[in-house]
Design a protein. Sequence first.
Length: 388
Amino acid sequence: MIASSPGLLDVVVVGAGAFGAWTAHHLADAGARVTLVDAYGPGNSRSSSGDESRILRCGYGPDEIYSRFARRSRELWCELEARHDSALPLWHPCGLLWTSSSEDPYLAQTLATLQKGKYAVDVLDRASLQSRYPPFETGDVARAMIEPDAGVLMARRSIQALAADVSRKGVRIIRGRAEVPSTRGPLRALRLMDGTGLAADRFVFACGAWLPGVFPELLGQKITPTRQVVMYFGTPPGDERFAASRSPAWIDFGTGMYTIPDIEGRGVKVGIDTHGARFDPDIGDRMLDAESLDIARAWLRRRIPALADAPLVESRVCQYENTSNGDFLIDRHPDHENVWIAGGGSGHGFKHGPAVGEYVTQLMTTNAAPDARFTLATKGTVVSRAIY
């Protein structure tokens, strides 16, 4: 058993993805002694934080709480990059283009929220859209806007940089799988599968798609991991049009598709945001399926004809951990008063990691109640996605 030292608050954080690692960071800054546990290690390929890249944007329809989280997170990601001791960047400020082929109310709400909150956003008419981004086929677009302060985070690299950063702060990082006792009341210790015991005053479970397995009775029907596919398509030789210096990330709202520009020569990333089949993050098949490739190529033919026949150079299968409507889950465990759960990233969580970790730390250190929309009580079992 690892003993607690007098006078220090001992916290075990389970899960070294964006939510867990940033929670460990903020807890350490608040003076806690922190142990960060992950079954496969920070930035591993099974994690939702383990792909190459993730979009950071502030637009969220009418839900400005996520806009605020994103803006604060961008500050903290950039601070991490400033401390990062590598020439390889964590952040590419390429902007984000939103388009829709209809006058979708969600985009109208997004624009209104960003303008009211004084977030950077520019409306593009059809002529300026085509002039700015000639490789994009946007003749049927009814609404377009760009967030110039948005961009792309290098996901795996950022988590590994953050893990190194918190390690320097004194956070102990352990590779192992935690098992939770079935007893009620305050949790005194976790046991790893190798028999190691971890005692602490408080615990945070931020283990993403593994949460339903850790707490099956509580979350088995309230968080659903789904299989999500992204593909990287090679650009023509010598063609700079799709580089991050000239091309933004792009959400083609209503089609269920998004792209990330060619960063570091990896190719243009095409992602399918529509929820896939239920997925086991431990043993699920991570090979690209033919249907997903067909969907991506059909979208490229429609929107980026120059890449319609581009070679597929890489693919990834990760997972979303979806709540019923896409809101995060940040709340105490109802049976363990000293246990907090931070999850439900629902496909948009990565960017918010710094702010979520800060928020969880504030709740834990002040004994405050979480915002009602993040609580377990508001999480249903019927899929009704409302947060994009």
